[in-house]
Design a protein around this ligand. Structure first.
Ligand code: KG4
Ligand code: ZN
Length: 331
């Protein structure tokens, strides 16, 4: 089954063509970073307008790179939520009209299920059940994943998401937006032991997270070291990053041990972090746990993961209807 995936939940207009939920025939991501950069975050109204401009060329490019004419598409999978409502509506309405016009089935996909399914686009995917750490700009959650579309939420952030904390700390340090990749690169030049921050464990026995405190700690450090902090910027980035990643790694391994799982998946935009990819693999190895992480282009928002999740939704008999609507938050 060949599925056209469409993703417009935030600031990436993406379309992809995926075969049988596993083989990516094309994946196009048009980022709006240049537009939102000067505001230090995503401006929802600008995001919606840009999606409207980009959706047709992005879908056209995905179809042409896959070498498929429109009749070659068997179904459409589109992100239904969570995300920015105005942004979601562009992709969702587009998919709805296209499926109606072509007379093919279509399905609304939960963006988070999309991220979890991103590991199945790699040649050696995990087997069920496994534990997944989803870390993105909007979410930080641990799931016990029992099937492609079934997962139990074990814990989540009580305030900021990990990616959001990276973005906010980068903004405090005047490094630009989005901050995750910038802090990742800068931290390589710094020493995490030189500027240490308290690890935000919250409660070591819980799988919930809290990152607003460490954000405030960085702010406090900057205001107490107004004269020196510029020279220490790489050490601050490294110290902040290490504190966040230590907690992420500790909790996801703890969740896997609790469930008796020997497999863990790391997904979402923050899964692109080079230190986290290495650290989690090393930490997990000592417990005999294997870590699955998608390639970099499948970590951030993309439509291939939406098509992959959509394939399993359709196989499970789910179908969207004309009156269906988007949702901003997960139920
Ligand atoms: O999954 P994603 O593309 O969008 C959401 O669904 O939120 O994640 C975006 C987040 C941003 O907060 C960004 O700063 C973060 O992922 N990110 C990173 C890295 N690359 C992107 N965080 C840490 N290290 C990175 N290398
Ligand atoms: Zn995402």
């Amino acid at each position: 089954m060949i599925i056209l995936g469409i993703e417009t939940s935030c600031d990436e207009t993406a379309a992809a063509v995926v075969k049988d939920g596993a083989t990516v025939l094309s994946s196009i991501v048009s980022s709006q970073v240049r537009i939102h950069h000067r505001y230090g975050g995503v401006v929802p109204e600008l995001a919606s307008r840009k999606h409207i401009e980009s959706i047709v060329p992005v879908v056209d490019q995905a179809l042409s790179e896959a070498g498929l004419p429109l009749p070659g598409i068997h179904a459409i999978a589109v992100t239904q939520g969570p995300g920015l409502v105005g942004a979601l509506l562009v992709g969702f309405s587009f998919a709805k009209s296209m499926a109606y016009g072509l007379g093919i089935p279509w399905v609304g996909v939960n963006h988070l299920e999309g991220h979890i399914n991103s590991v199945f686009l790699e040649p050696d995917p995990p087997s069920f059940p496994f534990v997944a750490l989803l870390v993105s700009g909007g979410h930080t959650s641990i799931y016990y994943v029992t099937g492609h579309t079934t997962a139990e939420l074990m814990g989540q952030t009580r305030d900021d998401a990990a990616g959001e904390a990276f973005d906010k700390v980068a903004k405090m340090l005047d490094l630009g937006y989005p901050g995750g990749g910038i802090i990742d690169r800068l931290a390589k030049e710094g020493d995490p032991a030189r500027v240490e921050f308290t690890r935000p464990y919250l409660d070591k026995s819980s799988f919930d997270f809290s990152f607003s405190g460490i954000k405030t700690a960085v702010q406090r450090y900057i205001s107490h070291h107004q004269d020196q902090y510029i020279e220490q910027i790489a050490d601050i980035a490294a110290g902040f990053q290490e504190a966040v990643l230590e907690v992420l790694s500790y909790k996801v391994i703890g969740a896997a041990l609790k469930k008796g799982c020997k497999e863990v998946a790391l997904v979402g935009g923050v899964a692109a972090n080079s230190r986290l990819r290495n650290k989690l693999r090393t930490d997990a190895e000592s417990y005999g746990i294997k870590v699955y992480i998608p390639s970099l282009d499948l970590c951030g928002d993309n439509a291939a993961m939406i098509a992959a999740a959509g394939y399993h939704c359709l196989k499970g008999g789910m179908l969207a209807e004309l009156q269906d609507d988007v949702f901003s938050r997960s139920k």
